[in-house]
Design a protein around this ligand. Structure first.
Ligand code: SAH
Ligand code: SF4
Length: 424
């Protein structure tokens, strides 16, 4: 989502006559977009800003600003933490940056909450030859998971009007995009008037030129059969690839996290998915070391991962976030234990990913071509419907955006390799 916000800002600044430089040393304006979801991400952003502020020693006319969730979280306090910063722009105020850049507005702190803000009124910047683009359909979150800072920094949930989404997608298609990736904290909670997420999917499908449609992320409590029905109907365009963050396999921890589902609900949903799509690619997020997580709770998470056969997992050590409910609980899992558990989750997720990929050997995958492999320029590369990267052996000259059948011959955890099957 931050990437999308940065790309829409880039597009807006470009439109207003500003241009991009490859190196910060050459810039007159530097903006760092930030994530506050874990302390580690926050510290990295602040460290990067400190380094960039160092550039002012040689060139005092550079303006440096911070945007995104850390800006929203810490606001004007950042002037005390980062000496030399010029402006702080929160998540609902991104539209002030163009005015700061052109000198219409003073560089200062802009962090007012505006719950009508749907993002900049422009689509994302699209580099030449790109085939996929993000489109944000909703912002914020009402779920208040006990560990999560998102509702405090991104604000309450609001859905972008359907007509704006369709028009943004049409603009992207006109600029050569073939694959649209819908974004939201919980895309399946989308609701604008009486339009729900599955209605939105149906409308997008009617746009000529959308060759592939994906969406992240889904909240397990809101994942409906209607979504599965439309994926079934249009699986050539909407692949059965679902990101469904589990967080923990233990009901005790899920309840303490305020996730609003239990393991039984989650597993029923998974069964439902596999019944319809035996080849579904299901991926997840896992947090280890949440307060109160015992060895038993952790083991149940590992077992659940095996039972679901996740094709991919993002895993995190629990990080205390100020202002959240969980921050009032004792962070009682020792750091060493958290690190050990995280490693076990990572090891298992690689094994499961490998298994998923290897099961694709001998199948033909419809691959969306998106370029040439950097390491071996004799190979084209693309993505399979599952989202896996694919290296393609072919004698033909493929174009970015082509969808071609590829016979998969080998696989590692994250990359498939095969030959162009249209040659057969
Ligand atoms: N809305 C999405 C998640 C958005 S945040 C959902 O609920 O599924 C992305 C991921 O960051 C979360 O799924 C969670 O696994 C992780 N995360 C969020 N807050 C965290 C924290 N305080 N510590 C560790 N991981 C966290
Ligand atoms: Fe955070 Fe929970 Fe909302 Fe996801 S659903 S953004 S984890 S509060």
């Amino acid at each position: 989502m931050n990437k999308y916000d940065s790309l829409t800002l880039k597009q807006q600044l470009n439109k207003e006559g500003h241009y991009w430089v490859e190196k910060p040393e050459r810039a007159e304006l530097i903006i760092v977009n930030t994530c506050a979801v874990r302390l580690h991400a926050e510290n990295r952003a602040l460290g990067r800003l400190k380094t960039l502020i160092g550039l002012k020693k040689r060139r005092s006319n550079i303006q440096i600003g911070i945007m995104g969730c850390v800006a929203q979280e810490l606001g004007a306090k950042l002037f005390g933490i980062l000496h030399g910063i010029d402006f702080v722009v929160g998540t609902d105020q991104v539209d002030v940056i163009a005015d700061i850049a052109s000198g219409v507005l003073e560089p200062a702190t802009y962090t007012n909450v505006n719950s009508d803000f749907f993002g900049l009124d422009t689509s994302a910047f699209i580099p030449k030859n790109q085939v996929s683009s993000f489109v944000t359909i909703m912002r914020g979150c009402n779920n208040l998971c006990s560990y999560c800072i998102v509702p405090y920094v991104r604000g309450r949930e609001r859905s972008k009007p359907e007509r704006e989404i369709l028009s943004e997608i049409q603009q992207n298609i006109n600029r050569g995009i073939k694959e649209i990736i819908l974004l939201g904290q919980n895309v399946n909670s989308y609701k604008y008037g009486n339009i729900y997420f599955h209605n939105l999917l149906r409308s997008i499908i009617t746009i000529n030129g959308v060759k592939r449609l994906r969406f992240v992320t889904n909240h397990p409590k809101d994942f409906s059969d209607e979504i599965l029905d439309i994926v079934k109907e249009y699986s050539q365009i909407i692949p059965p690839a679902f990101h469904l963050p589990l967080q923990s396999g233990s009901d005790k921890i899920l309840s303490a996290m305020n996730r609003k589902y239990d393991l039984k609900h989650y597993m029923k949903m998974i069964e439902n998915i596999y019944q319809r799509f035996s080849n579904a690619a299901i991926s997840t997020d896992i947090i280890v070391g949440f307060p109160g997580e015992t060895e038993h709770d952790f083991k149940v998470t590992l077992e659940t991962m095996r039972a679901v056969k996740f094709a991919g997992s993002f895993s995190f050590r629990y990080s205390v976030r100020p202002g959240t409910y969980a921050a009032s609980l004792e962070d009682d899992v020792p750091e060493k234990t958290k690190i050990g558990r995280l490693q076990q989750i990572i090891d298992l997720s690689i094994k499961l990913a490998e298994k998923y990929s290897q099961e694709l050997i001998g199948t033909v995958q419809q691959v969306l071509v998106n370029g040439i492999d950097k390491k071996d320029p004799s190979l084209f590369k693309g993505t399979a419907p599952s989202g896996r990267n694919v290296l393609i052996v072919t004698h033909k000259s493929l174009e970015n955006g082509d969808i071609i059948p590829v016979y998969i011959e080998s696989a590692t955890a994250w990359v498939l390799k095969g030959r162009d099957n249209s040659l057969c």
